[in-house]
Ligand binder design. Structure first.
Ligand SMILES: [Zn+2]
Length: 280
């Protein structure tokens, strides 16, 4: 069985009610954090999962809104556990360099804490292990089976989506992407697809070039629905709402998706949870 928790349903725009992009996939007692946007550890705390409980962090791409609180995950993993528990971070090529820079930026903090807490002097800083991926299976040694494939968020490149499988349940996390062959492969027969979306029909009418620029590298609810339909997916879970909508809203988003997909469609507030159905 797998559970999806939408930790952060927001976007780069700061929102008092929506944290940045982050999704938790849980199953078999394992917790996989997909992306680490603004406020991720606050939302994880609400979901009763701490940084020390994460089996791994998986990054779909290196856009700031998807990784801005990775430093918090790294630090909290270290100082909130009482024995060295290495953190595994999976991501596209380029992830190692970004993580190296984050850890370098934490240098003064790491120094202060090791100097001040005698018990930390025994083992120093928790190691961070980065695995760069592009396509195929990812062996993290857990029970949940994980694979990835390239997505298309160009000019942001490379980017990846992930598929999680456990005892007949499967969930795909697309990240930011337009419809593409790699995502189609991941979605084939999946129980659920978690897809970031933007309302292109709304944004196209906003006379700001910087908003218009986002149209060509994101999927609309309609496009996400078409991807879900092509893959024969049971449930489409939309997240990363641009523009945002109030709590309890989103029926118009669902209606747009429903024109192209006749499965279940889920969206909602941060911490919205979806149980992935087991397929026969
Ligand atoms: Zn992005």
């Amino acid at each position: 069985m797998l559970n999806i928790t939408l930790l952060g349903t927001g976007s780069p725009m700061p929102d008092p009610h929506r944290a940045g992009p982050a999704t938790l996939i849980s199953g078999a007692g394992e917790h996989y954090l997909v992306d680490a946007g603004r406020g991720v550890l606050m939302r994880m705390a609400a979901a009763m999962v701490g940084a020390g409980n994460l089996t791994a962090v998986l990054l779909t791409h290196l856009h700031s809104d998807h990784i801005t609180d990775l430093n918090d995950v790294i630090t909290s993993r270290w100082v909130m556990t009482f024995e060295p528990t290495a953190l595994t971070i999976v991501g596209p090529v380029g992830t190692q360099e970004v993580v190296d820079h984050i850890v370098a930026s934490l240098g003064p903090d790491i120094g202060y804490r090791i100097e001040h807490h005698e018990d930390l002097q025994g083992y120093g800083f928790t190691p961070v292990k980065v695995i760069e991926v592009s396509d195929g299976e990812i062996d993290l040694g857990g029970t949940v089976k994980i694979s990835c494939a390239p997505t298309d968020h160009r000019p942001v490149h490379p980017t990846v989506g992930f598929r999680f499988e456990h005892e007949g349940a499967s969930a795909v996390t697309a990240g930011d992407t337009v419809p593409c062959e790699g995502l189609d492969r991941l979605c084939e027969g999946a129980g659920a697809l978690v897809h970031t979306v933007i309302r292109k029909d709304v944004i196209a009418n906003i006379p700001m070039q910087r908003m218009q620029d986002t149209l060509d590298y994101h999927s609309s609810p309609e496009e996400a629905a078409q991807t879900a339909a092509r893959g024969g997916v049971d449930t489409l879970v939309m997240t990363h709402y641009v523009p945002t909508f109030p709590s309890g809203g989103g029926d118009d988003w669902k209606a747009l998706a429903a024109e192209h997909f006749d499965g279940d469609i889920e969206l909602g507030d941060d911490l919205h949870r979806v149980e992935v159905r087991v397929r026969d």
